[in-house]
Design a protein around this ligand. Structure first.
Ligand code: UD1
Length: 417
């Protein structure tokens, strides 16, 4: 089993170029089967979730391959409407294929989704939205069997602004006659990216980034070459790393606006942040003051996908911080690992109280989920001595090999098998 070994205590120094966002690339790959013709997605990260999505699309009959950072999709041969449960359980995004399969083949059979072990991940909003569009759904033997031969445009109100449900419903509506409206939809940048991608292929989607999306049905979509938005969560993870370790870091290929909620929280007394159009420079000196309160919420609020990383920064900040997780119920699973490294954190339901200590100390720890695993890397980077992290397959789902990327900014990290 692979693990990361990190010798902590080095300040960061150098540049990192951020790749396309995992959560965009996965959705755009699902959406690419809507095109008649070839889709080329640039700047796709080499991460396990993208590889799994490629394998799922291959199983469905697509010709799809990588060429460096490009992924090329030709879905002419798509034949199967069934996503095998083994692969689907590896990747929650397989549920996003529901919308695009229904648009493309009028039928879809998807196994109940898997993904990060961060709590219940219901799909009721996806399914009730599909039902409002006239999709017939039968749930049995662990599969969701859908038929959209009688689907029609509709005006849908989501119970919650779910990212996945919004994306799925947009994809389902793309070929429906008439105009569909999705209300109380998610406003995340990945939704805007999906809209831009679909429109570049000839769709008529508007309103993404606001709470109401309108989809005017079209007859067909054509192939396209497209570059997804940069990964704001990966970029945010590195910014938090700089706040913890000190030093100077420049991130290239980022959209600073997508990171405003994090930038607003990082303490100005120790972190000097300068943003250009697609760059962020951060210079950090000394131990950060604690952030009194961080509450996760929907975009543009503080993202749940950066919650464990900001909590980890609080473990070594001066003072006490309260972290409230409003999106996923069990997203404090990394705390026991941080305690092994000397952190002082108390969790009560969806709230964690973090009392900063001077330094963490290296320990043998285990990644329990994707973002939690990345947070342990940050903890190891700032800790005294050596940290060994196992179960790093969780981290591989969303971060390119960190033993290749982080040494370039001065981190002493290696990967062992
Ligand atoms: C996406 C992201 C994930 C991120 C999350 C929230 C991808 C591949 N993943 O996940 O990294 O953490 O957005 O920004 O893009 N909910 C329901 N019923 C549903 C769907 C969701 O109750 O049918 C609830 C969830 O339990 C959660 C909230 O809605 O409390 C938000 O979830 P959602 O936005 O759907 O997250 P994902 O799309 O799964």
């Amino acid at each position: 089993m692979s693990r990361y070994i990190i010798r902590g205590g080095e300040p960061l120094c150098g540049d990192i170029t951020i790749k396309g966002a995992k959560n965009s690339v996965l959705t755009l790959l699902a959406a690419s089967i809507l095109a008649d013709g070839r889709v080329v997605l640039h700047d796709c990260p080499h991460i396990a979730d993208v590889d799994t999505m490629i394998r799922i699309l291959q199983k469905l009959g697509c010709r799809i391959y990588r060429n460096g950072d490009d992924v090329i999709v030709d879905s002419d041969g798509i034949s199967s409407d069934k996503i095998p449960s083994g692969l689907a359980s590896e990747l929650r995004s397989s549920i996003f294929l529901l919308g695009s399969l229904l648009s493309r083949l009028k039928k879809a059979k998807v196994a109940y989704p898997g993904g990060c072990d961060i709590g219940l991940r219901p799909i009721d909003i996806h399914l009730s939205g599909l039902r409002e569009l006239g999709v017939k759904i039968v749930e049995k033997h662990g599969y969701i069997d859908c038929d959209s031969t009688k689907a029609h445009s509709a005006d849908i109100m989501l119970d919650l602004p779910s990212v996945g449900a919004t994306e799925n419903l947009v994809m389902t509506c793309v070929f429906l006659d008439g105009t569909s409206v999705i209300r109380n939809c998610a406003k995340e940048p990945e939704i805007v990216d999906l809209q831009n991608f679909l429109n570049a292929m000839g769709a008529k989607v508007s309103g993404a980034g606001t709470g109401v999306i309108t989809v005017e049905g079209v007859k067909r979509l054509h192939g396209v070459e497209y570059t997804p938005i940069p990964d704001r969560i990966v970029a945010g993870t590195y910014l938090i790393g700089a706040a913890m370790c000190g030093g100077e870091l420049t991130l290239n290929n980022v959209n600073p606006e997508h990171l405003s909620s994090l930038i607003a929280k990082l303490p100005k007394s120790t972190c000097k942040i300068t943003c250009a159009r697609d760059k962020i420079n951060i210079i950090c000196k000394g131990r950060c003051e604690s952030i009194p309160k961080v509450e996760t919420t929907y975009y543009p609020g503080f993202p749940t996908d950066l919650q464990t990383q900001i909590l980890t920064l609080q473990t070594v900040s001066k003072g006490t911080s309260v972290i409230v997780e409003n999106i996923f119920e069990t997203r404090f699973k990394t705390v026991p690992q941080l305690l092994k490294m000397g952190a002082d954190v108390t969790v009560n339901g969806r709230t964690a109280v973090v009392r900063g200590v001077e330094k963490l100390t290296g320990a043998e720890v285990s990644a329990t989920d994707l973002r939690g695993g990345a947070s342990l890397v940050l903890a190891g980077m700032s800790a005294l001595g050596e940290t060994s992290i196992d179960n790093i397959y969780h981290i591989d789902r969303g971060y390119e090999d960190l033993s290749r990327i982080l040494p370039a900014i001065g981190v002493k990290i290696k990967r062992t098998d």
